[in-house]
Design a protein. Sequence first.
Length: 826
Amino acid sequence: MVDRIGDIWGTRTAFARGERWPVREDLKLADGVAEADVDRWVTSACVLCSNGCGLEIAVKDGEMVGVRGRAGDVVNHGRLGPKGLFASWQGVRNGDRLTRPLIRVGGELVPTDWDTAMDVIVERSKQLLAEKGPLSHGFYTSGQLFLEEYYAQAIVGKAGIGTPHMDGNTRLCTATAATAMKESFGSDGQPGSYSDIDECDAMFLYGHNMAETQTVLWMRVLDRLAGPNPPRLVCVDPRETEVARHAEVHLAIRPGTNLALMHGLVREVIAQGWIDEDYIAEHTIGFTELGDAVRPWTPERVAETCGVDAEDVRRAARIFGTSDRVLSTVLQGFYQSSQATASSCQVNNLHLLRGKIGTPGNGILQMNGQPTAQNNREAGADGDLSGFRNWENPAHVQQLADLWGVHADKIPHWAPPTHAMQIFRYCEQGSIEFLWVIATNPAVSMPQVPRIRRILEQESLFLVVEDLYLTETARYADVVLPAAAWGEKQGTFTNVNRTVHLSDKAVEPPGEARSDLAIFLDYSRRMDFRRDDGRPLLDWTCPEDAFRAWQECTRGRLVDYTGLSYEKLRGGTGIPWPCNEEHPDGTDRLYGDGIFPTEFDRAESFGHDLLTGATVGPLKFRALQANGRAILKTAAYSPTTEGPDDEYPFLYSTGRTVYHFHTRTKTARSRQLHKAAPGAWVELSVPDAERLGIEEGDLVRVASRRGEIVVPARVGDVREGTVFAPFHYGYWDQGRSGPGDRPTAANELTETEWDPVSKQPILKVAAVRIEKVADAVGPAPAPTTTASRPADPAGVPATVGGPEAEVEERPRVTEPPRAPGEGALT
Ligand code: SF4
């Protein structure tokens, strides 16, 4: 048994390049329950990060009592991380669950029945549609629903109501991943595979603290590092994360300077001749312009701008330029920073310059944050057109109109879909009067939450919130709908590397809670949304009906699901799309043939100017004649809008801890996870702490131009001049929607500012000041196991979980699962 709070990644199972990652089956059951006591095991996968680990849910007496990793799953080979082990099942079966709808009466939320709650919603919806039209409606959804639910929501929004105002909190976590792939390759769709970790000679992690955000993927890396011929690691991160500690080169750059660093790496790779000229000529356009843009960015200039050593820039570029097989992963350090899309496109450019894409060990993983963010993007609940279709291409709009049985003009396509930041602006201005928030908590997770709270409480806004718990956001609602959780409903979802899993229903939802799919179908029926031939717009009766309809939507597209079925997905492993007649077992990697979906008729986007965000448009895109070639593009570096000054001398960055997910609504309801990271804190460096007279655990006030937090200080390993705060800690567990006299939500301080292309908010760069408020009463409530560990561990008790955090790990001698197209073990 292993304490998997203290030992996050568990026991090593080393392997060498070209071998398959060994199996290790992780098992966690409730206290007093043995494996033999379990009534049945139900097929599923974890929905607590984007890794998508295959698992089975243990059910006893109608309750979820634990989980077991699926040894045959290509994603995790049986392993699970702390969130999957402790929160997936405990986090949703809590006594706090909403069990009845609530409506606001006399300023209070009071329980009611479904008919009453839905009647209130439908009455308001119909009234606004009649009086003000579809632009009065907005939807803000999640990265945690199932594919079938997103698709239903997309159809209701686009073909039922006809509003472009739809987005998800995916805008905060994964919008840049999608946009960077559209800009470079013509379409969303992950080129790489997790199996590239098994094959690569070098790995670059750009703003990706994989050790904490995708723990099982990091186990795979650790196992490669523990075996013969390990990959060389390069880490770009202002904090000394676990990734940085294992890296050969750690580029701890100044927050907000990602693009300057990337220009330097691209310049060095070109200048040293580490490029594949034949590949560039045959499979890309834009090389001359790219070379011109990066030419001034010598390692010395990068060093000055980014605050790193010029020699380290050269070393990193050499590793990239001379490794046979190289894998890059990118996450929030790039996506939630300034010039997010341009920086992430430079990662794509590096691979294209060397032709290192789509072959074993040569991959790009533009990561996602949330578990089902990928499906939101695919289905179009984020505003994109379903099935990776292009809103600027009338033929694509017509395809959806034909599928949904409505006139093409019903489907909004006169302008880009409205992104989340703009949706909230329209609510603020009053043009959106009906906002439906589903499975997310903007009162804590959006930037500048004092402003978001003011918007949510506006009298003029009719707010519907659909969730498991009474979150901070739900407390502002006019109607609260109790939703069924993972394990209580059926559906599919897709992880970062396109692997689709089925999650079967294990237990009944509590009380009157209903699946999100059932709620959307009910709303559509009550609104009497119909196709032009008079039939109901949505006549599905179960998730599998929705899945079959989705398959038709994907037929012939890159995101092709037509070869999948619920039955096939119960076969022991998830399956990566495209899965169709040509690829019946799915597809491990994209673009190995050097052909990209940039033909005019295939492209999901015609692209943008990466500096301004202006659309390229169909005429200019056609003139580019990319025609199946990837597009090398970039933008000039520009400094952040808000930098440190005399009044606010520190750079402020927000992020995650390994023990929590999002706003803790599930993870804080797991005893093991809550105890490991029970309260908010802020991290600062030793020199800064000494200068300010701050010691470990002292209460400090961190203030920006927008707000403040008052939390204990962790004196740790963050870059000097930078302050880091985890974003998970709102106020629901204190029974409040806002801070009262003790603000802890990291987004009290962040800016309403976004990347011009992906529209992803900049949550990792703001200017703050910091001052001591009171002496410590003990160490900060931060873990000691991760990037948050104290600089001086003396006097700070180590984070361990004790007996209740013990997990059974079972290394298996069985042959590990095989990715599609992978040969037999050698
Ligand atoms: S790595 Fe992610 S998907 Fe896997 S068990 Fe952990 S939280 Fe769940």
